[in-house]
Design a protein around this ligand. Structure first.
Ligand code: ZN
Length: 681
């Protein structure tokens, strides 16, 4: 989604991440792989790949290539030293001849693995700078052993100058401490390390630059600023557009080649047109062409294989304008798709019965297509950490007039669930055995249903009042939007209509979701936050906001409470039915804020409920969690597709291979999909 522009959606990280027990399983396919720092790597099984036709396999192959070619772009977007630091560390990692399982090399390896995972030197989720666990002197001395051609030197630069430049960026906590800073009152550009604006461009300048370019009379406004870096050039602010022949042109050229290779194998003529328009956009950088591409893409629903590829989500820009690059390939999971079809075919019923003010409802709710898909390749900002649901495009008017395409990714959710089963989280954090039984019985199914409601209906519901500036909520926009979609799901979860539609097994099942959602928002998600930090990430802010707002009221009425037993805090819910009206009340208020563009109310709500952390509870959660030896974050190793070709170069078969190790994959990607120079000014 685009936090400042759209009422939409985007990539949802797993809501309730738990970890598997450590250790490889010894099976030919294993869901869990290695763990380091706060991360565990999983594998996803591309169910049904062998059953695809050769044509479909070939299409998946070429689109997967297109999804991998943009990897360097994201590293550079996340910070202007990232590519150089990654390449320097990779050179040391590859050339090192000392003992690999001893310090300090072991810590260097962990740091590099984290940099790979984060696509840069800041934490992929919290955004804080990663702290290397080794001494700068070690890296400096290893650097001296490297052949000069292995060093990521800028033109004319000496190794000494390179070191002087990179050393504080990596090791000084005061330099570039946050990738995206959202702190109220700061200059968000000067204090953020992301590379979407020149280093000297201020927030006020950038806001003025884009305010002047906005045509409020245009009923079909483009997403201004989406695909460029804003820099100062001879004293004048100018956009450097990401396109063939422009900034990142080397990478985009390779993406275009792979898209054109995929084109003859497309599922239908409409999909070929989608590829043509996307290529046109990549060549011109024209944002009207981009809107045209997204409309063609969302209207193409007949193909079995599908993909997204481009500058998509704006979570990484503190102003919410500029989009990180991502690529992703999938195909339809026919059986599971039935569930979301039932929801989307009743979209109007849900819109009509929602508890929001009728002025903020859509008279005609349309274009909500919903599919469950099998991920075949993850790239850019969806790799290795990824989304389990995606709803695109993000343009407000496109969504309003044409709808959106929404998917949940079944094989990734299955991998998370499989990994979570033996984690011990439920035993530690859920209050008692009856509640654990409730969660065990309904948990997985209700999680899937909540994701479906969030993606298929939540983001697509409601409307802005005429004249409301879609950017009015500014840096609070994405948190408010995610809260809106989550609340829509939570409210309907308990509706008898869902049982009537066969989507919940009985009238009690919703309780499992109410319990785990509130427990996560109040307590367990805190394990992902470093001591002393507040909540930064939009989805986490949204969950805290909802859980605390509802809890404040539920505690007054006696419906729920946080209780302490033997020194441990638990959530106790005594009256589940009393929670639903609270979700309804908050949904109505959040929709009002969105529809009216009430910035002040958004700011108050988010700052009061979504940001601050109770230090004592935080410490307790981290202590209890640490004892489980779990990893709060998960990500995925991609499969490898091996293509066999005939004498003319035509693909005759594509085999899938799940055995590549994490470091081998990352090093291979670094070599094989190396497109950008070390410095991209
Ligand atoms: Zn969402």
């Amino acid at each position: 989604m685009n936090p400042d522009i759209s009422p939409s959606a985007g990539s949802e990280p797993a809501a309730y991440a738990c970890g598997p027990a450590a250790g490889a399983c010894g099976q030919p396919f294993c869901y869990t792989d290695e763990a380091f720092a706060d991360i565990r790597l999983l594998r996803y099984r591309v169910e049904g790949f062998e059953a695809l036709s050769l044509r479909q396999k070939t299409l998946v192959y070429h689109l997967s290539e297109a999804a991998l070619w943009g990897r360097d772009i994201l590293f550079d977007q996340n910070g202007r030293y990232n590519l150089r630091i990654r390449r320097l560390l990779e050179a040391v990692y590859t050339h090192y001849r000392g003992p690999r399982d001893e310090e300090p090399f072991r810590s260097l390896a962990v740091y590099l693995k984290r940099v790979w995972f984060s696509n840069g030197i800041h934490h992929h989720y919290g955004g804080e700078k990663l702290v290397p666990g080794f001494d700068p002197a070690f890296l400096r001395s290893e650097m001296e052993r490297l052949p000069r051609e292995a060093l990521p030197l800028a033109p004319g630069e000496t190794p000494e100058e390179l070191w002087r430049e990179l050393q504080p960026v990596m090791f000084d906590p005061a330099v570039m401490p946050m990738r995206v800073n959202h702190r109220d009152g700061d200059d968000l550009l000067l204090t953020s390390a992301c590379n979407y604006y020149g280093p000297d461009v201020t927030q006020a300048e950038a806001e003025a630059f884009y305010a002047a370019r906005k045509d409020s009379a245009d009923p079909h406004p483009v997403m201004t600023g989406l695909n460029s870096r804003l820099v100062r050039d001879d004293g004048t602010l100018r956009e450097r557009t990401w396109r063939v022949g422009g900034l990142y042109g080397e990478a985009i050229g390779k993406i275009v080649e792979s898209l054109l290779a995929a084109r003859p194998f497309a599922d239908n003529a409409a999909q070929q047109a989608v590829i043509d328009t996307l290529v046109d956009y990549y060549r011109t950088g024209d944002l009207r062409t981009f809107d045209r591409y997204t409309i063609q893409w969302l209207e193409e629903t007949e193909g079995h294989v599908d993909f997204t590829n481009g500058f998509t989500e704006t979570y990484g820009d503190p102003l919410g304008l500029k989009a990180s690059w991502e690529g992703y390939v999938n195909y339809t999971d026919t059986e599971a798709t039935h569930r979301t079809e039932v929801l989307s075919s009743h979209a109007q019923w849900f819109e009509d019965h929602s508890p929001v003010d009728p002025r903020f409802k859509k008279a005609v709710c349309r274009g909500v297509s919903a599919r469950v898909v099998t991920a075949a390749m993850l790239g850019g900002d969806l790799y290795p950490s990824t989304a389990i649901g995606i709803n695109l495009p993000n343009s407000d008017w496109v969504r309003h007039e044409h709808g959106s395409k929404s998917v949940t990714i079944g094989n990734l959710t299955a991998a998370y669930n499989e990994a979570a089963r033996s984690s011990g989280m439920d035993e530690e954090f859920i209050i008692d055995e009856p509640t654990r039984r409730l969660v065990r019985t309904y948990g997985d199914a209700l999680d899937d249903l909540h994701t479906d409601l969030h993606e298929c209906l939540g983001h697509g519901s409601g409307r802005l009042l005429d004249g409301t500036d879609p950017d009015a909520l500014r840096s609070y926009s994405s948190t408010i939007e995610e809260a809106r979609a989550d609340l829509f799901g939570l409210y309907y979860m308990a509706d008898p209509k869902l049982t009537e539609l066969g989507l919940t097994p009985d009238r009690e099942a919703y309780r499992a979701q109410y319990y785990t959602y509130l427990m996560n928002g109040l307590m367990t998600q805190l394990v992902r936050i470093e001591p002393g930090h507040g909540i930064e990430e939009a989805h986490m802010r949204n969950r805290a906001l909802i859980a605390r707002w509802v809890m404040e009221r539920a505690e007054k009425s006696g419906a729920a409470a946080l209780v302490v037993r033997e020194g441990k805090t638990y959530l106790a819910i005594s009256d589940y039915a009393a929670l639903r009206p609270l979700f309804a009340e908050l949904l109505a208020e959040v929709q009002r804020i969105k529809s009216e563009g009430d910035y002040e109310a958004a700011r108050r709500l988010v700052e009061q409920y979504g940001v601050k952390v109770d230090p004592a509870l935080h410490e307790e959660m981290r202590r209890r969690y640490a004892r489980l030896h779990l990893s709060p974050y998960k990500g995925f190793i991609n499969p490898v597709y091996h293509a066999t070709r005939d004498a003319d170069g035509a693909i005759t078969d594509v085999r899938i291979d799940y055995t590549e190790a994490y470091d081998a994959q990352m090093l291979r990607y670094g070599r094989q999909y190396r497109t950008l120079p070390d410095v991209n000014p």
